[in-house]
Structure formats: structure tokens, C-alpha cells
Design a protein around this ligand. Sequence first.
Ligand SMILES: [Mn+2]
Length: 331
Amino acid sequence: MIEQSRLKKTGRFILEQKRVRLMLHKHPDGDVMGSCLGLARFLAAKGVDVGVFGNFEDRPAKFDFLPGFEDIVTGRDEIGNAEFADTLYMVVDSTGADRTGFAEGDFRRQLRIDHHIGGAEYDDLDLVDTSYAATTLLIADLLRVLDESAIDEGVATCLYTGLMTDTGGFRYSSTDAHAFRTAAFLVEAGADPAYCANLVNDRRNPQYLTLLANAINSVSYHEDGKVALLLLRPEDLPEAVRPEFGKDEFINLPRSLESVRVVVQMKKSLKDGDWKVGFRGKGEVNVQAVAADLGGGGHFSASGCELVGPQDETMERVLARVAQALREAGL
Ligand SMILES: [Mn+2]
């Protein structure tokens, strides 16, 4: 946990800024959406010129109920433009500007608010602490120190949604008393748990079940069933369903099997030979170290990386590193 005095110092610094831009990471999840939109709404009410940048096309529609969703822009016209040189750019819920789709050299003034292991250090005022179950949880602490009464229904909805999604609906090993206490505060401030859960989870189209069936059929088991591997490729889907490829998460499905200690998901990108690889553990195996060795990062029990190479070679490489991690965990 970050001390109140430290939160206050960074918070006051942000409020003093002329212009603040919050940057979503690529493949935005509920935590980064809730963090950026919640913080933006709070700062705007305080008179700060604030905006949210997402330098990519895949805006996840399931978060379209969060206030400010429609105002997200790419930011390409501002980044690197001398006219905006005094902007404070905030890297939120990710390890560095490289995760935002912009290049590190594009910014003069940066600050990072995050709960991931390692990553860039931009400023003494950065707020990075891996003990938070979600970045939205850290931001809730920050905003409560600054002005609790300014957390309106909209801000609370954003922050609650990030907390709910990053804890897997308050089920992951990161879920602690602080997460529940903050959830209770956010509900009192106007967040509606059933509304948020329903809009995030229960608005799928029928193609979803085809994607789900494909994901289940793709599972293979390794290391005596301790590792389950999902192999997701657009070419395995009927043509009509392919546009939906990659929009849903299936990596947690095999996690529910008792024998499975680590889930690996290899998702083929539309560009041939590029793989997005995800790892999930159950609190025993350090999948953060696995991803870090392969050029990625994340958390102890949830991580990912991007690899380039032929399918079989990539799979072998990934499984060998996971097998090593299992041995290191004594499994
Ligand atoms: Mn997060």
C-alpha cells in the first residue's frame, strides 16, 4: 500500500497540471479503461484539461457504458506536436509507454500509475505498487485522499468496473480486504454491481458460442495434465465468425480443472507467425517470470508476451519454459 502523504503529493502535482493525457495500453481491459476514464472524469470536474488516448483501433465495446468512452481519441495529432510539449502524459496500468502503442521517445513529461512488476520509472512521483489488486484500486485511494466527495456515480462506476474485472469478479488471489472495502465505498458512491457485471459479461452475440466451442476443442494437455494449452487461430473458425476472433477471453476456462496448474494460451495474430501468448497460474507457479524470460511481463499468476515464429517451434519454446517454472515451484 502507498502512504497517504505520497498519494497526496502525486495527486496535488497532477491537479496542478495545465494539460494531462491518460494513455490506455494496447488490448485495453476493464482495469485500464476504468482507471483512465474514472481519473479523467475526476480531473475534468476539478478543471484540469484532460483526455484519454488509445493509439489503436480495438476499443472494447463491452465497456461502452463507462462515462467518457465516446471521447477516447488516438492522440496521434497531439503526440510529438511541439504545441503540446508541456502536457503530462500518464502511463496507466502498464509497464511503460511502449505498451501504449506510442514510442518511448514521443513524450517529454511522463508519470506512471500501475500495479505491474518492473517496468519504466519516469518520475519520483510515479505511483507503482504491486500489492494493489487493480490499478483502479490504487486510483480510488488516490482520489479519496484528494477529495472523496468528488467521486460521483460516474467515477465510482469506472473504478468499480476495473476492480471487478481485474479480480475476476473478486475471485483471484489478489483479492483482499482492501479490495472489498473499496468496492463497498464505490457502491455507496453510486456504482451498481449487477449493472456493471451484466454490461461487461452478458451482452454477447451468438457467434460467441462458436468461438467458445473452438477454444474448448483447441485445448491440449502437457506435463501430465498440469499444463493446458489453448491454441486459437482465425483459420479454425467459420468465415462468418472470424471478424469476432480475439474479442473474447477463454484463457480462464481450463483453469477450473483440478489437475491444471498453468494455462497457456497461444493466440495467432492476423499477421502470420505472430503470437500473443498468455499465462495463468493458481498462485503456485510464477508465470510472471515465464513471460519476462520471453520478453513480456505481468503478475505472478497472470502474464503475457508476444512471440514471432512458426507454430510448433513457438509452442515448444513456451512449454519448455513453463515446465521449468513447474519444477521451480516443486510441482
Ligand atoms: Mn490491471
